[in-house]
Design a protein. Structure first.
Length: 452
């Protein structure tokens, strides 16, 4: 089976495959022979149907299938032999070959191929990029401290209800006589906070009540008929709240109050580990470092975005097989001409990113394995923990969460792209001129918005 490659230009080529009867007949005849042994034809015993009948029924589809397999395999081999970096998928000539049942017929298949351009990317000191380092302000540290104080507190049991307490008990709907309503709503372990009551009169009915006491109040009035609050409290749908506008009895079983943490050694240890911090000054310094690391992620992200723009500018003149890719888009996704025109720019941008990464990974000797992806997932988990103001977790738990993250569809590719992008950036950062600037968070956001 003959295969010939013809380069039309830098990014377009054709592959011609010639299939002769000698290529496919032996395989087809063997398949037809095997079929006769196994195919059941009405009126004949299994394996006893005339060969001519089997051939008449199955010859053409078998020829078509075998030729298709042979051509597909040979096309792939030819692409490998020529070491082609193709874009999209090879596309057959518009005048498709029609396979006929002629036993001696030869066929010629022509495929058009779009190829990736050879990219040459040179980065040197003449290339300049800004790096915006975000200042950590006292206000940022104060907000972080407030979050730690709020998240590090604890609940303590109380004897009587105050406005900001959380109250739990049995909530029972009453009838007009103040008795439990037949088929009325009863909520076990109903929880509420008087501070959320809109109606002051109803709030006063709860304030000062003691554990194990029972109060009578009107939830509908307390929340001013709020569907969201009442449906949550009474475990009903929002459109049903007006059906429960009467009084309820509330048998209080527990009263608790949340007290924020204090700035002391216990908070220091919970936040950064035992004895890692000894006083408030060190505490604030550690928080500043933590915030600085988080802000550095934003600075790095913008720097990598600027780097991507620079790299794409370097290859802006690289040719792409536009006509081929547009035809491939239209055929592969059944796009209209208008849809192809709309989607083509995004396709080229995506291809440029992929080809730039491939070129630089080869030039810079960068590789990524499963261990790298797992470590990146761990970094992602640590970042989420830090943003919530939580202390560090054990290595075993961190690895467990990281592996859970990797189960989500698309996550592995996203993390792989992130690792590649960062490694490319780290190396090229040393080759070009970095113009570092210190800016406030507000200034950084303004610059980010302008660049987006």
């Amino acid at each position: 089976m003959k295969c010939s490659f013809n380069r039309v230009d830098e990014v377009n080529a054709t592959v011609t495959i010639e299939v002769t009867a000698e290529d496919y007949l032996p395989k087809v005849e063997k398949i037809i022979g095997d079929m006769r042994k196994s195919v059941v034809v009405p009126g004949f015993r299994k394996g006893a149907a005339p060969a001519s009948m089997i051939k008449k029924t199955f010859w053409k589809p078998t020829v078509c299938e075998e030729i298709n397999k042979m051509v597909t395999d040979r096309l792939g081999e030819c692409i490998m032999e020529e070491k082609l970096n193709i874009l999209g998928e090879p596309m057959q000539d518009a005048d498709k070959v029609m396979v006929e049942p002629d036993e001696k017929k030869s066929y010629t298949f022509v495929f058009y191929i779009g190829m990736a351009p050879e990219l040459i990317i040179n980065i040197g000191k003449e290339d300049r990029l800004p790096y915006y380092r975000i200042q950590v302000s006292d206000e940022m540290i104060d907000r972080h401290v407030e979050n730690l104080l709020e998240n590090g507190g604890e609940y303590t049991l109380q004897e009587t209800v105050s406005e900001k307490d959380i109250v739990k008990g049995v909530l029972t709907e009453l009838d007009a006589d103040g008795e439990p309503k037949q088929d009325g709503t009863v909520i076990q372990n109903a929880a509420m906070m008087p501070s959320f009551f809109v109606n002051e009169e109803e709030k006063e009915k709860i304030i000062g009540a003691a554990v194990n006491s029972t109060v009578i109040f009107n939830p509908f009035a307390a929340y001013a008929g709020s569907g969201a609050e009442l449906s949550s409290l009474l475990k009903i749908k929002k459109d049903e709240v007006t059906n429960h506008a009467g009084d309820f009895s509330y048998e209080i079983s527990e009263i608790s109050n949340y007290k924020e943490a204090e700035i002391n050694q216990d908070l220091f240890d919970k936040s950064f580990g035992k004895d890692a911090v000894k006083n408030e000054a060190e505490f604030r310094a550690m928080i500043a470092d933590q915030i600085s690391e988080q802000l550095a992620e934003q600075s790095d992200y913008m720097f990598m975005a600027d780097m991507r723009k620079l790299l794409k500018l370097k290859v802006s003149s690289a040719p792409f097989p536009e006509a081929f890719l547009k035809r491939w888009l239209a055929y592969s996704y059944s796009h209209t001409e208008e849809k192809v025109a709309a989607d083509y720019p995004a396709l080229i941008e995506g291809l440029k990113t992929r080809l730039i990464n491939e070129r630089l990974m080869e030039d810079l000797g960068i590789s990524v394995d499963d261990g790298d992806i797992l470590e990146e997932a761990k970094e992602s988990v640590c970042g989420q923990i830090g943003r919530f103001g939580m202390a560090s977790i054990s290595d075993e738990l961190l690895e467990h969460y990281a592996k859970e993250v990797l189960k989500h569809e698309g996550t592995i590719q996203a993390l792989t792209d992130k690792v590649i992008s960062r490694r490319i950036t780290d190396i090229l950062k040393e080759r070009l001129t970095v113009e570092e600037q210190t800016v406030s968070a507000e200034e950084f956001q303004k610059i980010f918005n302008q660049k987006s």
